[in-house]
Design a protein around this ligand. Sequence first.
Ligand SMILES: NC(=O)c1ccc[n+]([C@@H]2O[C@H](COP(=O)([O-])OP(=O)(O)OC[C@H]3O[C@@H](n4cnc5c(N)ncnc54)[C@H](O)[C@@H]3O)[C@@H](O)[C@H]2O)c1
Length: 250
Amino acid sequence: MGDALAGKSILITGAASGIGRAAAELFAANGARLTLADMDADGGEAVAKALGARFIKADVTQSEQVRAAVALAVEAYGRLDGAFNNAGVSRYGAPLALGEEAEFDRVMAINVKGVWLCLKHEIAQMLGQSPHGGAIVNTASVAGLYGAPMMEAYAASKHAVVGLTKTAALEYAKLGVRVNSVCPGVIRTPMMDQATQGDSDAEKRIAKAHPIGRVGEPEEIAAAAMWLLSDAASFVTGHQLVVDGGMTAI
Ligand SMILES: NC(=O)c1ccc[n+]([C@@H]2O[C@H](COP(=O)([O-])OP(=O)(O)OC[C@H]3O[C@@H](n4cnc5c(N)ncnc54)[C@H](O)[C@@H]3O)[C@@H](O)[C@H]2O)c1
């Protein structure tokens, strides 16, 4: 299909479903050598098998499991050129005063600590390899740039992803590691289905919030992540690439 990522060793987290799965398919079609990580072993193994990729069951909240995912990419392909830190969770729920402490902790652990652990282990590898360097994309959200009623923990977690992205980009800009994020609007994945609960009116309302008049498709986020990981984006770092059908232009 293309050669935007020809020969690059790339790790994708949350690769069993939705945006991560679409990214695995697109990156593979563009020449990447993939290591896929997810907590969902059956789903992740199926995606990896179809693409001839490596798979590791890994929970991004566990440092040793993230370290093992990076190590598998290096064992398989000799180095780590890129990473798409995409695993994440959300819950559309109640106003903040009714929020549950356990749910807040869960969202923060996966969306924030998970991305932090991925950055930590990936950057260490990228600095240590020869030739050194690499590119990293974190999945944030439009909820990382604006408030998101009924999703306060999610909005806080995605603002934190933006903060991690900018800071890591600044710290490693001179050392050959680029770090950016993608900020999707609402994308048709199991995460969206969880929010709409199969209510087609809810999906219509969500679609209307996007000036383009529809929700996004996972492939449209994968394409943005691929560009940021590719050499075509060689002068881009610390950037939040909004892919939202115009939602945040209003
Ligand atoms: N779908 C949307 O509307 C939307 C919008 C903006 C941002 N996002 C973000 O995109 C990313 C992907 O979401 P999606 O819509 O594809 O959702 P999804 O639920 O389809 O996929 C998420 C994947 O992450 C995996 N995962 C969850 N917790 C994990 C953990 N602790 N360790 C490893 N893997 C774990 C799941 O098993 C699943 O395969 C998330 O970070 C999400 O916040 C989604």
